[in-house]
Design a protein around this ligand. Structure first.
Ligand SMILES: [Zn+2]
Length: 316
């Protein structure tokens, strides 16, 4: 992991260039007032390392943690900040509790002999193996946010802005208007194919427009390298492209997985995990059919994404 100063008193830690894709998220530190951390990492060892980097900038323990949404790669290390104010969207705590039921299964998969697993399961196990799932303790938010909220942090203005639902039902971004920095959580996957667990493609595109309208100079995505508004516009273009392509196949009655095999990904074939296309096309089909509240079977979608991998059209 790498610490970078992105503005006056504002830092980001990124986890780039890993051999696997899933769960290598980004975090932020605002070194002002009592100090504020944006998101922890998947497990305790990674989060302890993260907080060690922050201690190099600011020896005093930060007093506030903001979780951008509930997924374990953004909250799994929360217990390392036990005693801090933990602020999240009002729907975050319930979603964390549901996801906590998965940690045992994740550890079992990571520990399993790959030879005993189906190929799709073995691929998921490889993605899960870098993390210490047993170290994840549920540490819930202590305060919840339902509408745009301002914090004052030693004279630095911090805006917490709920958006979506787009990636989850508890998406929230952290905006520092004076420093022109935006922490997007997973409302931005930069150079990485996104997955939406709740909400709609349209609300995700609307969220990207709303983030662009904030005119940040520095954008720290949930995953991928630090960027500027071009990163936000790039993801917006991806969704518009997928909607356009998916519509053609939907209208012809082509099944989702067959459509994914035929869609030319163009430049998006270079993004990480292009096979996640199937999540986005499935969601588009659900929306074309008028079903904007379809639940996503994560295991089924991941195995379909795995099956799509060898069939993906190479980038032009
Ligand atoms: Zn994430």
């Amino acid at each position: 992991m790498e610490l970078t100063q992105v503005a006056d008193s504002v830092y980001a830690v990124t986890q780039l260039g890993k051999p696997t894709v899933l769960g290598w998220s980004n975090s932020g530190l605002v070194d002002s007032g009592d100090g504020l951390v944006v998101d922890t990492f998947w497990d305790r060892p990674l989060t302890d390392e993260l907080l060690g980097l922050y201690a190099g900038v600011r020896p005093e323990r930060p007093g506030t943690l903001v979780n951008t949404h509930h997924n374990v790669d953004h909250t799994g290390g929360n217990s390392a900040m036990h005693g801090a104010r933990i602020i999240a969207h009002a729907n975050c705590a319930a979603a964390m509790q549901v996801e906590a039921g998965m940690h045992g299964l994740f550890q079992a998969l990571a520990d399993a002999d790959p030879a005993t697993l189906e190929p799709a399961q073995a691929a998921l196990a490889e993605e899960l193996r870098p993390f210490d799932h047993a170290s994840v303790e549920l540490e819930l938010p202590t305060e919840s946010v339902v509408e745009a909220t301002e914090l004052e942090l030693g004279g630095t203005l911090v805006r917490l802005i709920p958006m979506g639902p787009a990636h989850t039902d508890n998406d929230m971004v952290v905006h520092l208007p004076e420093q022109n920095v935006l922490f997007t959580g997973d409302l931005l996957f930069n150079q990485c194919t996104p997955i939406g667990w709740a909400g709609t493609t349209q609300l995700w595109m609307d969220s990207l427009d709303a983030m662009v309208a904030l005119e940040p100079e520095v954008v720290v995505p949930g995953h991928g390298p630090v960027c500027d508004t071009d990163g936000l516009l790039g993801l917006r273009d991806y969704f518009a492209y997928v909607l356009r392509e998916a519509r053609v196949f939907f209208d012809r009655g082509v099944a989702v997985d067959d459509a994914c095999r035929q869609i030319d990904l163009g430049p998006y074939g270079e993004w990480e995990a292009p096979e996640r296309l199937v999540f986005n096309v499935q969601r588009a089909y659900n929306e074309f059919a008028g079903d904007t509240a379809a639940t996503i079977d994560a295991a089924d979608m991941m195995s379909r994404a795995f099956a799509l991998k060898p069939a993906l059209k190479p980038a032009r």
